[in-house]
Design a protein around this ligand. Structure first.
Ligand SMILES: C[S@@+](CC[C@H](N)C(=O)[O-])C[C@H]1O[C@@H](n2cnc3c(N)ncnc32)[C@H](O)[C@@H]1O
Length: 337
């Protein structure tokens, strides 16, 4: 059972409400929260989002902030590790390789992949709160020799050209205001002949922009996940090619998952750690943080964050049931020699 408190600790208590309001404003069309505004202020919007939700994520999910291909009877934690190792295997990571983890969160995937492969991993992230946690966890896991951190934006990576033997990203470049520009930047820091692999959040062929319900589900995911927008899988392929990558393989891994990837959001793991993810667990957390807020034990705005994440969870489950969306569009691509 997770003992991590979901209350946001990334900022002074007095700032949680104003940060949450500023974030929500970016998605309020009537208040100027247009797609253009989200793209223009993307870095700040995404940073605010992760400042608000990181402690909630750790409380309900753990230290790897992504979905996974599931197997029956397998705990979420093990499925997450398997999903991460899959990238390491496909990238053929090995001791002595210098690898970039793009948008590393608090470093769950980085530590798993470093321990599994022996490669040296640099975790790039523009969220300082997550990076400070990541450094602490790396030390606690005694992996700080293999795992290091780099504060920066993946749209302008503070590294020399051709610094890395391999690059991967897990559910991070979905936050890019321009995917092609992001992929070009990743290609720049990758050595010629090197591989780039990732898991993307995408709309599938089943998504129909002419169906109101589909549009509402898409909006629910965008609002609740700190995204500027959501795009179709084909646009990810196009962006990879436009950035100069040669795609070796690209496919949605969601159909491999049994139970489906979104079952984790329904807390159906039959483990104590899944309780916060069950419907009752989510409601209890929501009521508790609301009560704590009223008693002055949690900052004002904490319940708003909980509401945001509950709404997002509902949209993700609805998207998964209808097959409109995948959080695991996998690709592996190569930078030509
Ligand atoms: C869904 S989380 C995934 C984190 C990590 N890959 C994992 O699976 O645990 C997305 C991550 O991307 C990072 N991120 C988003 N936009 C970024 C940017 N422009 N530059 C660097 N990191 C970014 C966020 O701070 C966050 O850590």
């Amino acid at each position: 059972m997770s003992l991590h408190s979901p209350v946001p600790k990334s900022m002074k208590a007095g700032k949680v409400k104003s940060t949450s309001d500023a974030y929500s404003g970016m998605h309020d069309e009537h208040g100027g929260g247009t797609l253009e505004a989200r793209k223009e202020h993307c870095a700040d919007m995404v940073n605010d989002y992760y400042d608000l939700v990181t402690d909630f994520y750790e409380y309900g999910w753990g230290r790897s902030f992504h979905f996974a291909v599931r197997r029956r009877g397998e705990l979420l934690k093990r499925a997450l590790a398997r999903h991460e190792r899959y990238l390491a295997e496909r990238l053929e990571l090995a001791p002595g390789m210098q690898v970039l983890d793009v948008g590393c969160g608090v470093g769950g995937p980085m530590r798993e992949i470093a321990a599994f492969s022996g490669a040296s991993i640099v975790g790039l992230n523009n969220n300082a709160y997550q990076l400070s946690k990541c450094e602490t966890y790396n030390r606690e896991a005694q992996l700080d020799e293999l795992c290091s951190t780099l504060h920066g934006d993946f749209m302008a990576i503070p590294c020399e050209d051709e610094s890395f033997d391999a690059v991967y990203q897990i559910e991070a470049t979905c936050h890019a205001p321009d995917r092609t520009a992001a992929f070009k930047e990743l290609a720049r820091v990758l050595k010629p002949g090197g591989f780039f692999a990732g898991y993307e959040w995408c709309l599938t062929d089943a998504y129909d922009a002419g169906i109101i319900e589909h549009c509402e589900i898409k909006e629910g995911i965008i609002v609740g996940s700190g995204l500027p927008d959501l795009t179709h899988t084909s646009n990810v392929d196009n962006a990879l090619k436009a950035a100069g990558f040669e795609i070796l393989e690209a496919r949605d891994r969601a159909p491999e998952s049994d139970p489906p990837w979104y079952s984790a959001l329904q807390g159906r793991d039959l483990s104590l750690s899944s309780i916060p993810r069950t419907r009752i667990g989510q409601r209890l957390t929501n009521m508790s943080v609301g009560l704590m807020e009223k008693m002055g034990l949690a900052p004002k705005g904490t319940k708003d964050v909980s509401n945001l994440l509950m709404g997002c969870g509902r949209s993700l489950v609805a998207s998964g049931i209808r097959g409109l969306f995948t959080p695991m569009y996998f690709y592996i691509a190569r930078k030509p020699e």
